[in-house]
Design a protein around this ligand. Sequence first.
Ligand code: SAM
Length: 286
Amino acid sequence: MAALNLKKSLVAGDYVMTAEDFTQIAATLKERTGIVLTEGKIALAYSRLAKRLRLLGLRSFEDYCAMLNSPDGSEELQEMLAALTTNVSRFYREPHHFETLQKVFASGIAQRARTGERIRLWSAGCSNGQEPYSMAMALLAAMPDAASFDIKILATDIDPNVVADGRKGVYRTDLLAPAPEVLRNKYFQPFDEHRLVVKESLAQLITFNVLNLIGPWPMKHKFDFIFCRNVAIYFDEQAQERLWARFAQATKAGAYLCIGHSERVTGPGERYFETAGLTTYVRGPL
Ligand SMILES: C[S@@+](CC[C@H](N)C(=O)[O-])C[C@H]1O[C@@H](n2cnc3c(N)ncnc32)[C@H](O)[C@@H]1O
């Protein structure tokens, strides 16, 4: 990793985070997740991790780094990764992707499913579930009886906390506002005064799992639709290129890949994915 041009020590609030501490934390994050923590994110890293130090009763970031490297550090490492990832998501974020999903299902995939083909979708970097639930609603809008066929959405994220939230499927009512009214009324019900909970008819299509996108992928089947949005943007170029190439291997010919608004498929994977609209690609033959 390039040497950081930081002042020798940064004093902010209760703790001191030195350039060495930050460099070590950033290197660990990159090695484990592919995420690049630039110098500009030091204040963010400080504020998110200071909470961990307080909770653990540690006195300095030096002690924190030592703890991460100790034999008992693996649990805290997971907490650190969770604290440093950005989990922002929204229902029907970039709605054109859900319109595409609905159209592609209505015009072809639904028919293939009806003839017995296994259809798999993947929300890779699903955060707290708003993306895969939106995918499931778009899918059911095109094919209301989808649950009677071999159709599943895999929803994965590196952060176990957001995966657990996704499984619960409880959201503030206002967060559901971008979803089409008819679909949110059909597939969500009141949980309490301010929140809605997903109904089984929607939840049954989705399997939530913890998965690190830069680690091994245990899935053997090929996907028909992948959403991987606003995830690779945090990776360095090499990790991004590797991810696109792996998506090419993990998809059927004719499958769709939807990525974030400021992302672009680059590197060896590029030759397998043809542009099919805004931040949307179709996988050609291998
Ligand atoms: C900004 S959110 C995007 C959520 C959703 N895809 C969307 O666009 O609304 C990025 C998500 O990617 C996850 N993430 C980051 N690095 C990851 C990795 N190496 N493997 C799996 N998930 C990762 C984060 O935990 C976070 O939940």
